[in-house]
Design a protein around this ligand. Structure first.
Ligand code: ADP
Ligand code: XUL
Length: 528
């Protein structure tokens, strides 16, 4: 029986899932998660993010990610109890957009890792930038405008790369680094995504960026899956020489490096290119054909669906990324996701059960009370000056506050995903908060569609393991369809299925207009 390992470097944690596949026998045989704040406290992150005085800046530590990967590989080798000689392939999923800046010494260190010493000790001098910008960063407004202007405007950049310029995307972040720190940029030999950096550590070689995660950079020609010369020129000098190759998402980049075989006894399994967490989650929730939609309630809240031809959001709020299947996916991303729900939960001294009870005790529509939940700068819609707005109630009203934050999040997701034109009758729900049935009920009612969580909760990590399986089969010269890859692993947990209530959905249809009006008014005020 073959084993496949999937890893997931998300905002807050590093996870691993091992799958066993033998014909019709398919099961998850190992699952573990390590929270960065807990396993690597020395880096000083909170929820995986380094402290910053500027609320628009969000960075994390590439060294910490490497250390967590090393820890996790040790756990898989020593605590899973699995016969690892059966491991055929490994792949991974990374939080999207974040970038890692390596020096020549860094590239050399990765190619020559010594199994006798901990990984992180070998990365001294490896980075020309110790703090990696991550997807929560909103500090590149000026760079976004400059890039858009240079390529002929926001719409032209969206047609070329799948998105107008977004503050968190890698291109604007690179431009900021290159202009503000030209010497450090000059010392940068390679710029990786979180995904391709960790893939490079596993393969012990400079590993390509896959065309799914590559679409989150404002640097890739979306239709061709190649670096877009015009976007590179608009971003930073000599950028082409600093980027790795792009490759199809099922590319086998090499084998697990001698570091992993020598140090932990792994076999030289195939090291498959990594992808972004949302593209991996597309596979891990079985959304590999049109007509299905996933809502992921992780650190970010995202809504995404499969697309068989690239189509761009005319309003400029959404994205088109590559899909790990080789086609495309649509996505809208909200920064005020789980951490906003936690802020409300903690402000009223609740736990998740009490949070769910508060939802149950309040009427859908909240008696007309509305919140704009911008605890942090928001991505969708773009809000740079954070500030929560409450209409018809104040922050002391715990029950109203709980309902207002969840209703706001679901209404915003509905409104800002309309451009996708997806017919939704079932939503696949994933991410940490999808375990909360009361939240799923609001989701189902707002969308007028059933919401169903999946048997395997960490869909990004599962998707990474499934991608390892797919790449292994394809690299042996066999054809395999995605339904066959995912069969038995992406099962909806139907006992937790939540059906929409017709009368409540009608309430939300009316509330959508009120919410959109409040949002538009607040954005007008912000831009004054
Ligand atoms: P990511 O992969 O983006 O790091 P996860 O998908 O693991 O994040 O989700 C983590 C979040 O899930 C936590 O920040 C927490 O707020 C949320 N969460 C966990 N359990 C519950 C619950 N029962 N109800 C609501 N939210 C929850
Ligand atoms: C997607 C996005 C986030 C990150 C972190 O565009 O920014 O969902 O991938 O999960």
């Amino acid at each position: 029986m073959a084993l496949y390992l999937g890893l997931d470097a998300s905002t807050q944690s590093l996870s691993a899932i091992v799958l066993e596949v033998d014909g019709a026998t398919r099961r998850v045989v190992f699952e573990r998660s390590l929270a960065f704040d807990v396993v690597a406290p020395g880096y000083g992150t909170r929820h995986g993010v380094l402290p910053s005085d500027d609320p628009l800046v969000a960075e994390s530590s590439p060294r910490m990610w490497a250390e967590a990967l090393d820890r996790m590989m040790a756990v898989v080798a020593r605590e899973s109890g699995l016969d690892l000689s059966r491991l055929r392939a490994v792949s991974g999923s990374g939080q999207q957009h974040g970038s890692v800046y390596l020096t020549v010494e860094g590239l050399r260190a990765i190619a020559g890792l010594d199994a006798g010493r901990p990984l992180v000790d070998q990365l001294a001098g490896a980075f020309s930038r110790e703090r990696s910008p991550i997807w929560m960063d909103s500090s590149t407004v000026a760079e976004c405008r400059a890039i858009e202007d240079a390529v002929g405007g926001a719409a032209a950049l969206a047609r070329l790369t799948g998105s107008r310029a977004f503050e968190r995307f890698t291109g604007p972040q690179i431009r900021k680094f290159a202009t503000r720190h030209p010497e450090a940029y000059a010392r940068t030999a390679r710029i990786h995504l979180v995904s391709s950096f960790l893939a490079s550590l596993l393969a012990g070689a400079d590993t390509p960026i896959d065309t799914a995660d590559g679409a989150g950079m404002n640097l890739m020609d979306l239709a061709r899956g190649e670096w877009a010369a015009a976007a590179l020129a608009a971003t930073a000098p000599d950028l082409a020489s600093r980027l790795p190759a792009l490759a199809r998402p099922w590319t086998v980049a090499g084998r697990l490096a001698p570091y992993w075989t020598g140090r932990y006894g792994f076999p030289p399994a195939k090291a498959v290119v990594w992808s972004g967490d949302n593209p991996c989650s597309l596979v891990g929730t079985g959304v590999t054909r049109p007509g299905r939609v996933t809502i992921s309630l992780g650190t970010s809240d995202t809504l995404f669906g499969y697309l068989d031809a690239p189509r761009v959001d005319p309003s400029g709020a959404g994205h088109v990324f590559g899909a790990p299947t080789g086609e495309w996916m649509t996505l809208v991303c909200f920064k005020n996701g789980s951490l906003a729900r936690e802020r409300v939960r903690d402000a009223h001294g609740l736990d998740w059960d009490a949070f769910a009870r508060a939802l149950g005790a309040t009427p859908p529509g909240n008696g007309g009370r509305i919140m704009l939940p911008w605890f942090e700068p928001e991505i969708t819609p773009p809000v740079l000056a954070p500030g929560v707005r409450r209409y018809g109630f104040d922050a002391a009203d715990a029950a109203a506050d709980v309902r207002a934050v969840v209703e706001a999040q679901m209404l915003a997701m509905k409104i800002h995903s309309r451009w996708m034109g997806a017919r939704v009758d079932t939503i696949h729900a994933t991410g940490g908060a999808s375990a909360n049935r009361a939240i799923l009920q609001v989701m189902a009612d707002v969308f007028g569609a059933a919401a169903v969580p999946l048997e395997v909760g960490n869909s990004a990590c599962l998707g990474a393991a499934l991608r390892a399986y797919h790449a292994d089969v394809v690299s042996e010269g066999h054809a395999i369809g995605w339904d066959e890859v995912t069969a038995g692993f992406v099962e909806p947990a139907n006992r937790h299925r939540v059906a929409p209530d017709r009368a409540t959905s009608a309430v939300y249809a009316g509330m959508e207009r009120d919410y959109a009006a409040r949002e538009a008014e607040a954005l007008r005020e912000e831009s004054r």
